[in-house]
Design a protein around this ligand. Structure first.
Ligand SMILES: O=P(O)(O)OC[C@H]1O[C@@H](O)[C@H](O)[C@@H](O)[C@@H]1O
Length: 360
């Protein structure tokens, strides 16, 4: 419904699905759209919308992919028996050839997720503004975690016995499912233990990460399930990098929380209490907030106020590296939903946490 001209609709369909359409499917779409383009109602938006709706329903019931699509689907871990990705969900090669899932809402917002690390690297509103930040030193080589967007810290926030922030951000997640509800796409990614994870943390687990894009919000549900025969415990976080002007950025909602301040000594955090209503980023900031409320407000200093709501992410972290990252510290702040205290799971038990970020 956002297209004024049916030809714009057609070119958008081709952009989104061109590489995965069979010629017969393409012909069907053209057959539906041609009468609208050339017929008596060619200037009628209503007719254009109807034409688009029927094309769309055919696309979503399509189940075939081109060879390129098949190889990407395989790399994405997509079950070959399943139908093609849902409307508004596209799998392509991203930076460094890594599989990338692009979400496009019919109301114009967009998001990108790299399966490597299950990392959401971009969340754009309909006006094209990206609210997430990827550091200029980020590498997309499938070895090092992607520095930016929303990396996972799992099964350790850190510091701790295994690598800083755990291994969830440098393993390949797979795309388990995709759907579309009234124009808004949702995908579910999955991660399971393998030899690499077991070399550091010898447990069998299943992680599911549901990502829902709406016109003005991006929501995630993370579910960790113990698939082992013995109990395990973990800590975790969504290490969200937001685009910001660091001199104008501020966070509200943390007054009264117990703080573990890693400044000046990260290995020996100082316990305290947050007294400020509005927290700014005047220099190096690295602080854990225990028992944080389930709603924070981030003014990114760039004209957006972002509401960060959560369920069951009991803690929060603010981080800006200041001069430790001279090249980019002015352009982002991290506001992280976290679970710093260990979650204990018995076999077959699950832990679920939701994050909902929306912009106004
Ligand atoms: O691993 P990254 O993305 O560089 O982030 C590192 C930082 O992540 C923050 O969450 C920690 O509180 C910091 O102590 C740490 O330095």
């Amino acid at each position: 419904s956002r297209f004024k001209k049916t030809s714009d609709c057609l070119s958008s369909i081709l952009d989104l699905y061109g590489s995965s359409l069979r010629s017969t499917e393409l012909c069907t779409i053209l057959l539906v759209l041609m009468p609208i383009l050339s017929g008596p109602h060619k200037n009628s938006l209503e007719e254009g919308e109807r034409g688009m709706a029927s094309s769309v329903s055919m696309l979503s019931s399509s189940s075939s992919c081109s060879p390129l699509g098949d190889s990407l689907r395989a790399r994405a871990g997509l079950n070959q028996q399943k139908t093609a990705a849902a409307l508004g969900v596209k799998i392509s090669e991203g930076n460094g050839g890594l599989p990338k899932v692009s979400l496009t809402s019919s109301r114009g917002s967009e998001a990108e997720i790299y399966l490597f690390g299950g990392c959401i690297t971009s969340w754009k509103l309909a006006n094209g503004k990206d609210l997430l930040f990827v550091r200029p030193d980020a590498v997309f080589n499938g070895n090092k975690p992607i520095s930016g967007g929303i990396p996972h810290c799992f099964p350790q926030f850190g510091p701790g016995p295994i690598q800083q922030h755990g291994f969830g951000r440098n393993m390949n997640w797979s795309l388990a499912d995709s759907e579309n509800s009234e124009g808004d796409p949702t995908v579910t990614l999955e991660l399971k233990d393998d030899n690499y994870s077991r070399s550091m943390w010898d447990f069998s687990f299943h992680a599911s990460y549901r990502v829902m894009l709406n016109s003005k919000s991006l929501s995630t549900v993370l579910t960790i399930t113990n698939t082992d025969k013995q109990p395990f415990s973990f800590s975790t976080a969504l290490h969200t990098y937001f685009c910001a002007s660091v001199t104008g950025a501020s966070v509200k909602g943390l007054k009264g929380c117990t703080t573990l301040n890693k400044d000046p000594d990260p290995s020996n955090p100082l316990e305290g209490k947050e007294e400020r209503e509005v927290i700014n980023f005047p220099g190096f900031v690295d602080c854990v907030y225990l028992n944080a409320p389930n709603e924070l407000l981030l003014d990114n200093g760039l004209g957006d106020v972002i509401t960060i709501k959560n369920k069951n992410w009991t803690d929060a972290v603010l981080w800006n590296p200041h001069l430790q990252m001279e090249a980019c510290y002015k352009d982002f702040v991290c506001v992280e939903n976290a679970k710093i205290g260990k979650v204990q799971l018995d076999p077959e038990q699950s832990w679920v946490a939701e994050q909902h970020i929306s912009a106004s």
